[in-house]
Write a protein that binds this ligand. Structure first.
Ligand SMILES: C[S@@+](CC[C@H](N)C(=O)[O-])C[C@H]1O[C@@H](n2cnc3c(N)ncnc32)[C@H](O)[C@@H]1O
Length: 308
């Protein structure tokens, strides 16, 4: 399936693009956002990151049709700072990250991301990485598995599911997505099974986050991204899970509020004012039309940090 870019115009507007600016798309995907950025920077440069070779190959062709002032970097965006440094770039005008998996990754049965298709347990965004879902499911100690399913999947039955995985794999390895779906269905309590949505959704999400170290990557972006911005530079992040949104919100808050909320008070001169502000106090959400046209966008939230 084609990837439909989420909050496309909103994300581009949030970057306040300058025609000669230096921009980073941390999550190239199918180049939806990157194409728009590239069209707006005739005298600038765009650096794009993705760790999925298929995404890079397809997007390379797409971007080449627009212009040549871009560089694609096959790397996890957790190495954003070092990778840009290698290219002599220490400050940029804007960084965009549109987190998570793309539709082509999710809808390609062979990638093993989806509980809807039978495939070997894989879930790697980066096909050259060795850790995959098969390893996590068949080797992680039960307590660690339960914590991952609870923390990243927010599944109330995390421990029951982890125990069921442990029991099943002691008989024979758990090989496919459907094997895992069956184990989850049997392990879940009737109360949880009665809830809306696929019973395996949360566990699959949790395992995917672990395999791709999505939390570690977001933390690295929130640690290094703000410091890479020039004055008036923007860091825009689109999240799809409350877990990620909470991390972004908290990191932005820490950078924009000094010593608690001092709104309405005149600050003493010796107190440093923050170096950043929020572009909008509330996150930007998709319009109803976008939600209708692309249900995947429903949970999206865009937050932008601006350097003063
Ligand atoms: C939601 S898609 C981005 C879609 C893109 N904005 C578009 O409009 O086509 C996310 C992409 O980021 C990549 N990705 C996710 N986490 C990454 C990370 N930590 N480092 C590098 N690439 C990552 C995925 O492989 C996927 O291709």
């Amino acid at each position: 399936m084609e990837h439909i870019s989420v909050l496309l115009n909103e994300a581009i507007d949030s970057l306040g693009i300058k025609p000669d600016g230096i921009y980073v798309d941390a999550t190239l995907g199918r180049a939806g956002h990157s194409s728009k950025i590239l069209e707006k920077i005739p005298n600038g440069h765009l650096y794009c990151f993705d760790k999925d070779e298929t995404a890079i190959k397809e997007s390379q062709e797409k971007l080449t049709r627009i212009a040549s002032n871009f560089t694609i970097i096959h790397s996890d965006f957790s190495h954003l700072k070092e990778e840009l440094e290698k290219l002599g770039v220490s400050q940029v005008d804007g960084i965009l990250a549109d987190l998570g998996v793309s539709s082509p990754q999710f809808d390609d049965p062979s990638r093993g991301f989806s509980y809807r298709y039978e495939a070997r347990l894989d879930m790697r965004m980066d096909q050259s990485q060795s850790l995959d879902a098969y390893y996590v499911i068949n080797n992680y100690e039960v307590g660690r598995l339960a914590k991952i399913i609870s923390d990243y999947g927010e599944d109330k039955d995390a421990y029951r599911i982890a125990k069921a995985i442990e029991k099943q794999r002691s008989l024979q390895p758990i090989v496919t997505t459907f094997d895992l779906v069956e184990i989850i269905k049997k392990a879940k309590s009737p109360k949880e099974l009665a809830k809306k949505g696929h019973p395996a959704k949360q566990t699959f999400q949790a395992i995917r986050i672990e395999v791709n170290d999505e939390k570690g990557a977001l933390e690295a972006l929130l640690r290094d991204g703000p410091g890479l911005l020039k004055k008036d530079g923007r860091l825009s992040i689109i999240t799809f899970m409350s877990l990620d949104d909470r991390l972004v919100k908290k990191a932005y808050q820490n950078l924009t509020v000094i010593e608690g909320d001092r709104k309405g008070f005149i600050l003493p001169e010796d107190i440093k004012t923050p170096d950043y502000h929020l572009l909008t106090k509330k996150p930007i959400l998709p319009s109803l039309e976008e939600e209708k046209a692309n249900p995947r966008s429903a949970s999206a939230k865009l937050r932008t940090l601006v350097r003063d």
